[in-house]
Design a protein around this ligand. Sequence first.
Ligand SMILES: [Zn+2]
Length: 74
Amino acid sequence: MKWMQHTCRQAAELMSLQRDEPLGFWRALGLKLHLGVCGDCREVDRQLDRLSDLSAGLWGGAHGAGEEGDGTQR
Ligand SMILES: [Zn+2]
């Protein structure tokens, strides 16, 4: 099923892309399948999540008083 297999590089591109815009159905599915078989990319995905949390915290901190919580903060 070569047509829906992603290389790690494509997977990495999709992972950063999906943080800016929703992937199409097939691209999201292909990425999910790749993450299912590739532990390296799962790790990258986790680190990207941590990075975006971190930068969200940084930007939030810079704003200081203007808190716009979405109810998901711990
Ligand atoms: Zn991979």
